[in-house]
Structures are given as C-alpha cells and as structure tokens.
Design a protein around this ligand. Structure first.
Ligand code: IPM
Ligand code: MG
Length: 327
C-alpha cells in the first residue's frame, strides 16, 4: 500500500443533488469514514453557464479517484445535451447497476445492465422518423449475468427479465444469462418484463435477484422504489471491473429543490454502499443501522408522509450513529 488516502470524486450536481450530498457527507464524517473528498462541479447548471456539463479534464481527474459519490444531475430532453450520468457510466465502463430494495414485504436486488440496450446512444433523429438502436452483446450479457449470479449465489435465486418474444435481441440476452447461471449452478427462472412488473406488484416476495437489460432495469427499479415507499429511500452502486459510482436512484427533483425537504436517505445509503465497496464494511453497516432506527423513530421527510426536513433526518441519523458508538 502506498499510504495514499482513498480519494472519492464528489459530484453534488443539480436540483436536490447538493442538499442530499451534504447529508451523505455529514454522515460519512460522523461514522469516521476514511476517505478524502475531491469535489467536482459538473452538471446541467454548469452546462447552462458554460455550455459544457463535464469536460475531458474533469473526466480524467475523476478517473484518477478511487470511486465517485454522485448526488443528482438534471437531464433535459434536449438532443444537444448528453446526460452526464450516462456519460460517466459509459466512460468508466460501469456495466452493473446494483439496486437493492427492502421493506417488510420484499427483499430483492435489481441488477441492471448499464452500458448497452436502448441506452446505446446510437440514434437517428429526423423530423418524421426517429430510431434508437437496441444493442445486446454476448459480452455485455455475460458480464452482467456473472455479477448477478455472484449476488444470487449468496442469496436464493436469479430471475432473468426480458422481452424475447417480441425483441429478438433479447433471445441472446436470455440465452447468455441462462448459460452463465447454469455454469455457476445458480437456481434461476425467467419472466417477460410485463409479467415481471405485474408480479412485482402482486407478489414481490417471489423475487430475489433480478437481472435485466438497461431500460427495463430503469423502469422496474422505479417500480420497486414505489413498493418500498419512496424513491427517496433507494440507493445504487454502478460497478465496473475496478471502478465504481454510487448514487441515489432518484433524480434532481427541481420541483422541491432548495426547500430543504428532500429525502436524504437514498444518498446516505449510497454512501454506505460506497464504504462497503471500499472495504469499510463495518462503517457501512453502522450507517444502515442508524438509518433504520431513524426511520423507525418516525423522523421522515414529506415523501414518506412526514414533516421533517432534510437536515432533521440527517441529524437524527448522525445522532443514532453517535449513540450506537457509546454502547
Ligand atoms: C436512473 C436515471 C437515469 C437513467 C437518467 C437520469 C439518465 O433514471 O439512474 O435510473 O435513465 O438511467
Ligand atoms: Mg431511472
């Protein structure tokens, strides 16, 4: 070991991003996380000011860091604007988006392929007709299936979610995922995405680890967020071979930005997932436990039907961390 401290590229972003990032950083400090912050001002706000959301130099500096902690960045439906988050996923080759969800009724993980599918970026935009190419490769399917199987092998089973009856590209995805699951002796089944959406609502306890393509994973993970009570509660890890970016799965929520009422839990949990990935698992668990106790105690932001502010929720999580330490 070189003795160099772990460097985290911190990207607060737009909208509620900076508010929830402040909470996540406060909680990291409270738990004594061994990380050095390297702040980056990138996103839609910067694009409006300078015409550039993320420069090549930013990207190089971000790559020098050990991982990225990300708040939220606005992605307007403007053909000239390239989503910063999608760029980072692609440039850092963060092919596996791991999204855990748990509540009294369900405990599952959505493993979303993060670099291809309908997010290929290969698009032809015309006045009368537009096309988006859906890319499915054996390599891409194989590596996401391997990640999902690794998780499933420590849990119960894998469900492969696809639409291979209509989208013939999904025949390759399904076949490859099955081959990987069989070769690793992971119990598995599969569902068409529409049926998966139905069963997630009706019988969420049937699911354990779901592996799916990019857009289906995007949609199903918001559905799961609804099942656990709020998008604001949910965290994610975007993982590559050796790189990683951690982010709450909610967006920049411009409608409530600046009001101090954003739910910080998704961002705080993302910071916990980061610590776990960095090998600081005990601190990650301390954060998770503190979040659980804070929510049980009834400190909740308006998205959960409460009236606490972002700051009050954060303070309660920090208080829970401090009091657990005293025991
Ligand atoms: C997500 C988001 C992103 C996506 C947007 C912001 C580009 O919805 O992380 O789920 O579609 O992947
Ligand atoms: Mg989404």
């Amino acid at each position: 070991m070189s003795g160099k401290r772990t460097e985290v590229a911190v990207i607060p972003g737009d909208g509620i991003g900076p508010e929830v990032m402040e909470s996540a950083l406060g909680v990291l400090e409270a738990v004594g996380a061994d990380v050095e912050q390297v702040p980056f001002e990138v996103g839609f706000g910067r694009w409006k000011r300078t015409g550039e959301a993320l420069s090549a130099e930013d990207l190089e500096s971000i790559k020098q860091c050990d991982c990225v902690l990300f708040g939220a960045i606005t992605t307007p439906p403007d053909p000239k604007y390239r989503s910063v988050l999608l760029r980072l996923r692609k440039e850092l080759d963060l092919f596996a988006n791991i999204r855990p969800f748990s509540s009294s009724r369900l405990d599952l993980i959505v493993v979303r392929e993060n670099t291809e599918g309908l997010y290929s970026g290969i698009e032809v935009l015309g006045e009368e007709e537009c096309r988006t190419v859906r890319v499915i490769t054996r390599r891409g399917s194989r590596r996401i299936a391997e990640r999902a199987c690794l998780l499933a092998s420590r849990r119960r089973r894998l469900t492969i979610v696809h639409k291979s009856n209509v989208l013939k590209s999904d025949i390759l995805f399904l076949k490859t995922c099955r081959e990987v699951a069989e070769s690793l002796s992971v119990p598995h089944d599969d569902l068409l995405v529409d049926a998966a959406a139905y069963h997630l609502v009706m019988r969420p306890e049937r699911f354990d680890v779901i592996v799916t393509t990019n857009l289906f994973g995007d949609i199903l993970s918001d559905l799961c967020a609804g099942l656990v009570g709020s998008l604001g509660l949910c965290a994610s890890a975007n993982l590559g071979e050796s790189r990683a970016l951690f982010e709450p799965i909610h967006g920049s929520a411009p409608d409530i930005a600046g009001q101090g009422i954003a739910n910080p839990v998704g961002a705080v949990r993302s910071a916990a997932m980061m610590l776990d990935w960095l090998g600081q698992a005990e601190k990650a668990r301390a954060i998770e436990a503190a979040v659980g106790r804070a929510l049980e105690g009834g400190v909740k932001t308006p998205d959960l039907g409460g009236s606490s502010s972002t700051r009050q929720v954060t303070e309660e999580i920090v208080r829970q961390i401090d009091s657990a330490r005293k025991i």
